[in-house]
Design a protein around this ligand. Structure first.
Ligand code: FPP
Length: 244
């Protein structure tokens, strides 16, 4: 394994894995076949991210809004996720990867919740790379949850409104254990954020690729990272200030 990551590399990359359905349709296959092919791409890209030395990889697998999809597709995705967690357990542990999720897991089938909890616990001490799956996740929902928790802490006398700053908000987000988001990639040619990591995207670099997720391969991640490396991140400052 290559580590630690070079300073030019993004530390935290997130991917909106889009285009499974179109990939399947284009081949005359059912949508679930697209998700199955998408799960194979998840394995490939996670392994590659670890080899590159990224510190964190977050993948958007299922949004809060995806619960509204037809029941057979939702059930198929839940089964696929359960299968993935069982099949990749050893790979995750052997490669010093810490597994986590962001999102409201309470709606997931009980057996999937248990499998997730078990792998989180088993991998909690790993530090080679954070691998995070966004599941039953919504960016607005995450911000509402944080606002409610901070309001409750104020009512309880544990926090004052004046003390609510960026660090305090960060503490209440699902992503509090992850480094700041550097690069967000979306596949399949769609040019949207779709309720994903809204707070965390504030200064992330965005890369959109026409490649559908099941076809997204190691070279596509390399290309996105090369595009990231070629950009100047200014965080609201001037180029002169940055170069100093
Ligand atoms: C978006 O494509 C994709 C999803 C809603 C599901 C993503 C799931 C996987 C990649 C597989 C399982 C995940 C893991 C972590 C093992 P879409 O279905 O909206 O595609 P479309 O826009 O072409 O219809």
């Amino acid at each position: 394994m290559t580590e630690p990551s070079s300073p030019a590399l993004p530390r935290h990359v997130a991917i909106i894995m889009d285009g499974n359905g179109r990939w399947a349709k284009g081949r005359g296959l059912p949508r679930l076949a697209g998700h199955e092919a998408g799960a194979r791409a998840v394995k490939l890209i996670t392994t590659h991210a670890r080899k590159l030395g990224l510190k964190a990889l977050t993948l958007y697998a299922f949004s809060q809004q995806n619960w509204g999809r037809p029941a057979p597709e939702v059930e198929g995705l839940m089964k696929l996720l359960g299968h993935y967690i069982t099949a990749e357990r050893a790979e995750i542990l052997d490669n010093d990867i810490r597994f986590s999720t962001i999102g409201d897991l309470s709606k997931l089938p009980r057996n999937l919740q248990d499998a997730i909890a078990e792998l989180k616990q088993a991998s909690a001490g790993n530090r080679g790379m954070d691998f995070c799956i966004a599941l039953s996740y919504g960016g607005r929902e995450e911000l509402l949850r944080a606002a409610q928790a901070m309001a409750a802490a104020c009512v309880a006398g544990d926090l004052t409104p004046d003390a609510i700053d960026e660090a305090e908000v960060n503490k209440h987000l699902y992503t509090s254990h992850l480094p700041p988001l550097d690069l967000l990639i979306r596949t399949s040619g769609e040019l949207r954020i779709s309720n994903f990591m809204l707070w965390q995207c504030a200064y992330a670099e965005l890369v959109f690729t026409p490649v559908c997720w099941p076809d997204f391969a190691e070279g596509d991640l390399d290309d996105a990272i090369a595009r990231f490396c070629g950009r100047e991140r200014r965080f609201g400052l001037t180029p002169d200030q940055i170069s100093k």
